[in-house]
Structures are given as C-alpha cells and as structure tokens.
Design a protein around this ligand. Structure first.
Ligand code: 5AD
Ligand code: SF4
Length: 442
C-alpha cells in the first residue's frame, strides 16, 4: 500500500501554491495525497499568521489531529505531524512547546528540506524546527509540479520590504526576492503543458518584481507579464497582489494590449484617510490611489477592481473611517476583503497607544461591508444579459452543473455536461446575486 499525505492549507494563495510544491516534493518519496487525515502517514498543516484568528485556528486543529494520531498509534500505525508556514516562522520553538503532537516544524523558506527531514526523522532524537532564512533559494531544489486543474499558480516574487506597520509578512516571509524570468517561464510552460488554461502569478507585491529579461536587459513586472502571456496555449493570465504606488504605466498599458490578460486587478488600499495611510506606512495617499484606478480604467474601462481594507487601525477616528467610506464610493469595487485591525506581535502598530475598541471596529466593519457588498452586487447585476467566456474550473453544487469564472473572476454556476470541466465556454448570464452569477451555455 502506498504511503499517504493529508495537507490542510490556511491563509493566502501563496500558501496554496507552497502546499502544491511541498506535495510534489513528498510525492517523489512515495507519498500520495489523501483527502482525510484518518488514513494519512503524514499530516501537513500549512499555516497563516496574518491575523489573530488565523493563528488561533491552528491550535484547535492540532488538538483534533492529535486525537487521530493517538487513535492510529493504538492500531500500530505511526503518523508524522508537520507544521509549515508563517506561524512556524513567527513563533518558532514556542510553537513546538505549545503543541506536543507536532513532530516537524518548517518555515516558508525551508520547504525544499522536507523530503530529507521526513526520511531521516527519528522521534527519539527529538522533534525538529527549521525556521532560518537560508542563503540558497528553495526554488532551486523543489521538483517541478504539474497542473492539478485548469488554474495554476506560479510564485514569481516572495517576501516584502515595505514594512506596513500592522503586518507580519516582512518578518515571516523575509525580504523581497524575485525569481528569474527563465525559472518562471519554465514553470509556467510546464503547467500549461500539463493542462493549465489559466495562470495566476503570485507574490506579496508582484509589481515590485524585477530581474534580467530574456534578452539580457533589466526587466520589470510589465515585461514579465508580456513574456508569460505569450506562452502557447495559455488562455488566461492573472496576478496578485500588487502594491498601489508601484503600478507603472508599462504595467497598466498591458491591460489594454494583451488579450489573455484578464480585466481584473486586486489593488489593496487598506484605508481612505491619509493620516491612517501614513500611520500604516503605506506609501501613497488616497488621491494617488484614485489616480491609479483612473489610469487603469482609461486603458480598460470594464476592468474589475478589488481591494483589501482594514478598519479600526490604531488612532482611526470617525472622520478617518468616513474617508474610507468615501473612497469606496468613488471607486466602486467589484469585490473585496475587509478585516478588523488585529494587533500582531512584533509589529510597530501593536505598540501604538491609541488602539480602537473592539465594538467600534465591529460597527465600522459592518457598515463598510454593507457598502462593499452592495457594490459587488451592482457589479454582478451589471453583467446580466451579457455573453461571457467562463472557465469551468470547479465542481457544481449539484449534478449536471459546474462552477466557472468569468474574466472578471465572478463565480458562475452553469448547467452543463460535466465532461466540459476545464473548458472555456460561452455563457449567457441570466442571474446575479452579490456572491455569484448563473448562466446558460450559448
Ligand atoms: N490586521 C488586520 N488585517 C491585516 N491584514 C494584514 N495584516 C493585518 C492585521 N494586522 C490584511 C491586509 C492585507 C491582507 C492580506 O490582510 O488588508 O492586505
Ligand atoms: Fe504586509 Fe504591507 Fe508587505 Fe502587504 S505590502 S505584505 S500589507 S507589509
């Protein structure tokens, strides 16, 4: 019987990508993926530290998995529990002392060591923690990974040097690092050859990517987008996340020039008040942000714009919050993520004196989300009656239905033969709610 690995991923798309790379590395050692921890020889949790709630989830999860580990031990089976991801980087040895069932803890820059750590693991010699920032790039050692469905992720850049005052990322993922064009192109081509129709370029700040272009000169993210978009057989290209003030004309122009670059941009603003943006150490003003939005719409009027928001940042007054509401009204978002500010250990904002009470944060979040949700609904309703290409990328809610995505990343339920999974089909949009569309095959 083959050995099995169960992987559970928390947090962002970078973690989803990392999980795929770790899975490919452990597959070389004979571990096949399973969708239940009950029959797994390895249980791998890929963790997120961005907000308090995310980290808390891990502790309850490990408790549950420990019970499974013990039950398996009674049946004479051993189970290795591995914790990876940003919580490991942030909490290090404290994590091992708080979570007794964990055998191996490995930080985001050390995933290439996993096969060796697993092969050599001997519980009697002690549990293992690897959380340093090595000089070598893990990408030089991880094996190729095949596309697992019609959409595939490629990390092009990792880490962050921006040091927004609320954020743990610069500490958990390390400083900004750009992968080479050649590496990115090889990986993207391989994913298209193994079935990907759509590629999402990933990074904490993709538009800070820079490197040597294919013909030797300096290249920026706009050049990289052009290169990846030209891969034969690639039907859709997306990227996330971008840093607003690092948007340059070269990149904005690509949205008017490249057909397979999707009309969608995630542009996290966080707040609409210049005082709050300054305290957050975001390097733009609300006016500059609005100008970037305007430039995108100039080259691609139908572009869907999405964003992240934090309410209740230390010192945020009622007027500051109203400025966020006004900015949202001016932009008109197609989708969004919004959060209550969460004080994270080790970040400058967590030490600020003027923390906002929880009840005020909750009130503000409710008001903001009502506005954002009504905008999302308006955007969705605006596509009813249109004919749009939909990439059928997931199972449907019921038999005879698949879930796909429009160019604007709207989830769309379509009644179709399931054999069309993975195809891009023309769909007439017949209905819309705030969260999804329904459509008919044309
Ligand atoms: N509290 C609340 N939200 C946060 N984010 C990052 N750090 C925090 C924090 N300490 C949000 C930001 C970011 C998204 C990924 O998570 O909006 O863009
Ligand atoms: Fe965090 Fe700011 Fe870097 Fe984004 S840009 S990862 S919010 S520090």
């Amino acid at each position: 019987m083959s050995k099995k690995i169960f992987i559970k991923t928390f947090g962002c798309q970078m973690n989803v990508y990392d999980s795929a790379r770790m899975q490919a590395a452990l597959k070389m050692q004979g571990y096949d993926e399973t969708n239940t921890p009950d029959n797994a020889d390895i249980i791998l949790l890929n963790t997120c530290h961005i907000r308090e709630k995310a980290a808390d989830k891990l502790y309850s999860e490990v408790g549950r998995l420990n019970a499974i580990k013990q039950k398996r031990a009674e049946d004479g089976k051993s189970t290795l529990i591995i914790v990876a991801g940003c919580v490991v980087q942030a909490e290090g040895s404290e994590l091992l002392s708080r979570m007794h069932g964990v055998d191996i803890a490995v930080g985001p820059q050390n995933y290439h060591l996993l096969p060796e750590l697993v092969a050599k693991y001997d519980r009697k010699k002690g549990r293992i923690l690897v959380a340093d920032f090595p000089a070598d790039s893990k990408f030089d050692y991880l094996p190729k990974h095949d596309a697992k469905g019609p959409t595939a992720f490629v990390a092009i850049q990792e880490g962050c040097d921006k040091f927004c005052s609320y954020c743990v990322v610069p500490y958990t993922r390390g400083c900004e690092y750009s992968r080479s064009v050649r590496e990115i192109m090889d990986e993207a081509r391989h994913l298209v050859e193994t079935g990907a129709k759509e590629i999402m370029l990933l990074g904490q700040n993709v538009n800070c990517w820079h490197g040597e272009g294919l013909n030797g000169g300096e290249a920026d993210f706009g050049d990289l987008v052009r290169a990846v978009a030209s891969i034969d057989g690639l039907e859709r290209l997306r990227y996330t996340t971008s840093y607003p003030s690092k948007m340059n004309d070269s990149l904005i122009r690509t949205h008017g020039e490249i057909d397979n670059l999707m009309p969608y941009v995630h542009l996290p603003v966080q707040a609409g008040s210049n005082a709050v943006l300054k305290a957050m150490n975001r390097q733009y003003t609300a006016e500059e942000y609005l100008d970037i939005v305007r430039r995108f719409r100039e080259v691609r009027p139908d572009i869907a714009i999405s964003s992240d928001f934090i309410v209740g940042f230390p010192g945020e007054t009622d007027e500051d919050f109203e400025a966020t509401m006004r900015l949202v009204e001016q932009v008109g978002y197609a989708s969004s993520f919004s959060f209550k500010y969460s004080a994270r250990p080790g970040t400058p904002a967590s030490l600020m004196k003027n923390q906002v009470p929880e009840s005020v944060k909750s009130e503000r979040l409710t008001r903001l989300q009502e506005l954002l949700l009504s905008q999302q609904k308006a955007f969705n309703v605006g596509t009813v009656g249109k004919q749009l290409p939909v990439l059928l990328a997931e199972k449907g809610r019921k038999k005879g239905q698949l879930l796909g995505y429009t160019p604007y990343l709207q989830p769309t339920h379509v009644d179709v033969d399931e054999s069309l999974f993975g195809q891009i089909v023309n769909v007439k949009i017949t209905g819309a709610t705030a969260s999804s569309l329904t459509g008919e095959l044309k």
